[in-house]
Design a protein around this ligand. Structure first.
Ligand code: ZN
Ligand code: ZN
Length: 154
């Protein structure tokens, strides 16, 4: 079952991320930020700007995003099971047995959509300047390039 869940971007097109190693948050640009970025091969993994640990591109969900994805996916999954049950009971009849499905599975309410504030400052590494990120305003140098892990000063 594939349930698409939309995650909100801020007004600059950045998506909030959380490092699976140090749990600090930053944002990366969703999709290529410019023409040069469009020429690049998709990354196999990204480096955390703070602790420089690498992780696969799908491992950077924030706690709020995980909760939200679960909150949207579970009602959708229950609804789909409920529909499948209704379908299964349809035409399930014999001379002596009549089965009618009454009621529905209880589906939890979908959570409110997530919102994304326009916080944090945009920085770009000197080595991979086509992949800008946003870090909290109070972030101190050095920061690591998310593409290659190289440290740089901000
Ligand atoms: Zn980290
Ligand atoms: Zn780099």
């Amino acid at each position: 079952m594939n349930i698409p869940v939309a995650l909100p971007l801020d007004n600059d097109g950045f998506l909030r991320r959380e490092c699976p190693t140090c749990l600090r948050q930053f944002k990366w640009h969703n999709g290529p930020a410019n023409e040069e970025a469009e020429q690049q091969a998709p990354a196999d993994s990204y480096f955390c700007p703070f602790c420089a640990q690498a992780a696969l591109p799908d491992q950077w969900l924030t706690t709020e995003q995980v909760d939200h994805v679960r909150g949207v996916a579970i009602p959708a999954a229950i609804k789909s099971i409920d529909d499948a049950l209704s379908e299964a009971f349809k035409g399930f009849k014999s001379k002596n047995i009549k089965v009618t499905k009454t009621g529905h599975l209880n589906t939890p309410d979908e959570p409110n959509p997530l919102t994304e504030a326009d916080d944090m400052m945009i920085i770009a590494s000197p080595c991979h300047s086509w992949e800008p990120i946003k870090v909290p305003d109070e972030t101190a140098s050095p920061v690591h390039c998310i593409v290659c892990g190289q440290a740089f000063a901000i």
